[in-house]
Design a protein around this ligand. Sequence first.
Ligand SMILES: NC(=O)c1ccc[n+]([C@@H]2O[C@H](COP(=O)([O-])OP(=O)(O)OC[C@H]3O[C@@H](n4cnc5c(N)ncnc54)[C@H](OP(=O)(O)O)[C@@H]3O)[C@@H](O)[C@H]2O)c1
Length: 260
Amino acid sequence: MNSLEDCYIWVIGASSGIGAALAMELSQRGARVILSARRQKDLEAVKEGLAGTEHMVYPLDVREINQIKSVIDDLKEKEVRLSSVIFMPAFYKPHSVGGHDIDIIDQMIAVNLTGAFNVVHCVKPWLLQQGYGQIVLCSSIAGYRGLPMGQPYCATKAGLISYAESLKIELEASNLDVKVISPGFVKSPLTDKNDFPMPFIIGVDIAAKVIADGLLKRGFEISFPKRMIFVMKVLRLMPNFLYFMVMRYIFNIISQKRIL
Ligand SMILES: NC(=O)c1ccc[n+]([C@@H]2O[C@H](COP(=O)([O-])OP(=O)(O)OC[C@H]3O[C@@H](n4cnc5c(N)ncnc54)[C@H](OP(=O)(O)O)[C@@H]3O)[C@@H](O)[C@H]2O)c1
């Protein structure tokens, strides 16, 4: 993609947070945005605020493959040529020392990971038929390594990075571009649930600008903010014994604070 002007970009998870801000940023850069998530009223409210016209709202739940398919059928019928699909949805609940109940873990995997497989499964044949297109999966720096108190969320985000890497290699020969987004802390309804300090936290508007810029670049990963990425990449490169030493120390501090 050389420009966002007049491109159809499908933002799934556009009813709040980074996805809503991204829809706004893309519209200001001339894109036609297709907005999806479960909450139709919130999607309509986001659409109202967008610059330009020709934006569309399609409520869906990424756990329901038939809902994704029927949106694609409708878009195809409208002769939409899709430039990019951006997968933003996540289910997140802060972790307690004792861990999550299995139903919470199931939900997290179903939305964050299986949801991405569902979307890619449905959209890939369409993009292959077009002969071009972009698939963007939103992971997190939480997917770089297993973090204490991060279990199911980190695991789903690590899975998304791995999935995006596989897809990139498999699809580049077919002229499909695959990217992964790795945000650090961004102030949104998701992080409003956290009661711990979030270093280098940024606003959704800044995150949206970096993502919109990144869509047009050649690189695979769109990551931000820089200082947080530096810290996490150092942790990722550490040998296991050193990584576990650092994390053991942090985990002890967190556990003591929660017990007190
Ligand atoms: N905020 C951060 O610090 C941060 C850091 C790293 C990564 N991320 C990632 O960034 C992405 C956006 O997060 P956010 O912070 O903007 O959180 P958010 O405001 O909670 O946004 C999550 C979005 O996902 C949608 N969603 C949830 N379940 C869905 C489902 N089953 N089907 C379809 N849509 C669904 C929500 O809409 P509905 O409820 O209307 O369905 C909402 O639009 C997530 O993937 C998150 O993991 C965020």
